[in-house]
Design a protein around this ligand. Structure first.
Ligand SMILES: Nc1ncnc2c1ncn2[C@@H]1O[C@H](COP(=O)(O)OP(=O)(O)OP(=O)(O)O)[C@@H](O)[C@H]1O
Ligand SMILES: [Mg+2]
Length: 249
């Protein structure tokens, strides 16, 4: 399988703080890779560096064979890389459809074509019945669906999801997991940042773990959750006890 994303020696400082330090990882086409780590580990900053919202101090980001680090966000997006934001920023007074059309305009300049592409994305995430609702009136899970639809409307091949399940209840998390799986089965390559381990275990083919801006582990979900450094830095011994085979939860 070809590489969708190759991150090499990526670094970013904010004053004296090394938010991302020499991080490298590769995501193959059609893979779902989880980017994990405690608060402040550098996950969102990594997304910002990959998608052009921030400029790396050093390192490279190659998506589908093309260098994209230091390009403007809309240019990165036009190369097939889309993202959601940890803190969603919809145009609150605008309808769901209008919000998603802002994504669709990237490739479709005409209203009718943009509307059609937007509706496709809205239906895909299950927001069809709420297409005419102002974005600010959506529930939390529907706001996350809107974020995903807006990203999908740009017709990405690689989708970066930043904590789309935060604040959801258990049954909503199940719905979000199903949606992520549906995106993967559509052929999308996904990098997902998420703290809900149950959800991550259900969607990730591989995991990359950051701590204090550095990569501390990488591997299959099974390998990573058993990794002593990951347990110490992020999961804690509680999680290991909970997820041990044969232990009823
Ligand atoms: N624009 C900025 N200016 C200064 N410091 C920043 C900036 N953005 C992030 N940081 C700092 O960089 C570090 C990494 O932040 P980042 O948002 O990437 O973490 P994260 O892994 O996404 O955490 P969380 O799980 O809480 O979302 C943190 O210490 C944060 O305070
Ligand atoms: Mg973050």
């Amino acid at each position: 399988m070809a590489d969708a994303l190759v991150v090499r020696n990526l670094s970013k400082r904010f004053g004296g703080l090394r938010a991302v330090q020499d991080i490298s990882f590769t995501v193959r086409e059609n893979e779902t890779v989880a980017l994990l780590g405690p608060n402040g580990a550098g996950k969102t900053t990594s997304f910002n560096l990959i998608t052009g919202f921030q400029t790396p101090d050093s390192g490279s980001v190659v998506a589908f064979g093309r260098e994209i680090a230091r390009l403007r966000p809309h240019v990165v997006c036009s190369h097939g890389v889309a993202r959601t934001f940890q803190v969603a920023k919809p145009f609150g007074a605008m309808t769901v459809l209008s919000n998603v059309m802002t994504g669709a305009f990237l490739h479709h300049k005409g209203m009718a074509a943009a509307r059609e592409k937007a509706m496709e994305a809205i239906d895909f995430v299950g927001l069809g019945p709420r297409q005419s609702m102002p974005a600010r009136d959506l529930t939390t899970i529907d706001q996350r669906r809107l974020e995903m639809a807006r990203a999908l409307a740009t017709e990405p091949r690689l989708l970066l999801l930043d904590e789309v399940m935060a604040g959801l209840n258990p049954s909503e998390i199940d719905q979000a997991v199903a949606l992520v799986r549906k995106l993967a089965s559509k052929g999308l390559t996904i990098v997902i940042v998420e703290h809900v381990m149950r959800a991550i275990m259900a969607v990730a083919d591989r995991m990359v773990v950051l701590d204090h801006g550095q990569k501390i582990a990488e591997g299959s979900p099974k390998e990573v959750v058993a990794n002593a450094d990951v347990i110490r830095a992020y999961l804690g011994s509680e999680h290991v006890a909970e997820s041990a085979p044969g232990v009823a939860s």
